[in-house]
Design a protein around this ligand. Sequence first.
Ligand SMILES: Cc1ncc(COP(=O)(O)O)c(C=O)c1O
Length: 393
Amino acid sequence: MDKFQELDKEYHFNLYGRYPITMSHGKGSRLWDVDGKEYVDGLSGIAVCSLGHSHPKVVDAITKQASKLMHVSNFFVTEPLAELSKAICEFSGMDKVFFCNSGAEATEGAVKVARKYNSLNGKKGCDIISMENSFHGRTIATIAMGKKKYQEGFAPMPSGFIKSNLNDIEDLKSKITSNTGAIIIETIQGEGGVIVAELEYLKAVRKLCDENNILLIADEVQCGVGRTGYFYAFQEYGIKPDIVCSAKGVAAGFPMGAVLATKKVAASMEPGNHGTTFGGNPLACATSLATLNIVSQKEFLNEVIEKGNYFKNELNEKLKKFPIFKEVRGKGLMIGVEFTELTRPIVMKMLDKGVIVNATADTVIRIVPPLIITIEEIDIIVEKLVESIKELF
Ligand SMILES: Cc1ncc(COP(=O)(O)O)c(C=O)c1O
């Protein structure tokens, strides 16, 4: 344990089950720890550093904006805020946005917008339906929408949250009542093990929402901002949600979140209904604008799809001979590899070999690398995964 880990152990809450590594710096899809060991980053800070580490355009935007104006209150408009608002609405096909600071704040904000809209449209105190196995953050309302496991010890949960099974339209129909105000779905469940919402299911959900005056909220915190090869993953499905939650990759590593909505839904929120000190801060907005101007490019998005297909093919090819291998899932560069065994030991072995990935949903390895990852780096991740399995099983 180095002196930084000792300090962390002594003074920081023990919340994260940290790896015994102190990170120092990064460049592209590579990271280096304080001892100089190099890693290929297959996790990008859990689907955050979409442009890798120290991308020159992102560094330039931060440096210029930091020396110009870092923060003012939300009483004022700033240039980056106005430009980013327009850009993110155009890229997403939504009409209005407000900015916050994290994914949980975006999903929690979406709940407030949905409740306010419904309260003005005949459903006061409406219920929100979320999916079993979903993850929407760690605040009290967002854990109420997520897995039971994360609620333990934090009772009482707020009321008005109901669960349904993903990809089971009959179950969803059976949960809908006259008091259902919104349905929130991760277009691809991330923490839940990279589980894709099926096209037919999402289309049927949209139809059900339209028929019953229910808002559809797409939680795109993990799967959005280019990760699947579409600006937002729902855009591949040809459906339009009423509210979209975004965060993680939206500012490529700078803490930021966003809630997007249609004009009709956004109109229900008035001054005083919601707010945040840091949301839409000029430094965050300038960083996000530099990021989105790259990530939204068609050629960039197409490359994400191509690299994702290559990655999944390689994984399938190289892993099929192992009895513990079950399947590869996901879209673009949001990939889950399911095994019959717990995956944490495989992840630790890969870490030893200089590759960072993550174990989620017990038996899944989640790979969400920077979107700028190269084919050579993809090959290294596959090679080290195969080596690790050979050594362990
Ligand atoms: C789909 C989804 N929603 C919300 C969140 C919460 O985001 P944050 O950790 O930034 O609060 C996450 C985080 O993993 C997520 O994957």
